[in-house]
Ligand binder design. Structure first.
Ligand SMILES: [Zn+2]
Length: 169
């Protein structure tokens, strides 16, 4: 999985495009909800399946129509987590419709020298679904990449706030 910080910060940044900063602190929690399966000793369990989670989220959406904007945002952030996980490890994103987990490898390198160009690949890797319960589940809460992304997000939000303050003055 991308680290928890990356999931949260990504969700927070997207949420602030639609809601105020305080509300976004709460809405962004939806971006880390899929990983609650780790509390049950399993990571990338059915909480990481779009065919299982999307109908539940849509049902909640139908029951609480007056909050449709927030629920649409929460649903989007929840499902975005599953797509982000595809880039770091096998995720049962289409289970049980397709009984495999998938991961994506993406790499693009620049070639500079006597020739200039790009080389790379995009691979979608199927693997067996593994819903085995573990006594210990380990996963990154904050990684180097997540810390860098979090710092970048803070700078971006601070710059945005300064920009808004300048417009008002
Ligand atoms: Zn996850």
């Amino acid at each position: 999985m991308p680290d928890v910080l990356t999931h949260y910060v990504t969700s927070y940044l997207i949420s602030t495009r639609f809601r105020d900063e305080k509300t976004s602190l709460i809405i962004a929690i939806s971006g880390i909800l899929p990983d609650m399966d780790a509390l049950l000793g399993m990571h990338r369990w059915v909480t990481h399946s779009i065919p299982l989670t999307l109908p539940i989220l849509l049902l909640i959406y139908l029951l609480m129509k007056d909050k449709w904007r927030d629920l649409a945002l929460i649903t989007f952030l929840y499902e975005l987590h599953l797509i982000m996980d595809l880039f770091t490890g096998p995720t049962p994103i289409l289970w049980p419709l397709i009984p495999e987990a998938y991961s994506i490898n993406l790499d693009l390198d620049a070639i500079l020298g006597n020739k200039v160009g790009l080389k790379g690949f995009l691979r979608v890797n199927p693997s067996p679904v593994n819903f085995q319960v573990h006594s210990v589940v380990e996963g990154p809460v904050i990684s180097n990449g997540g810390a860098l992304f979090g710092l970048l997000a803070l700078v971006l939000l601070a710059a945005e706030r300064l920009s808004r303050a300048n417009v008002r003055n």
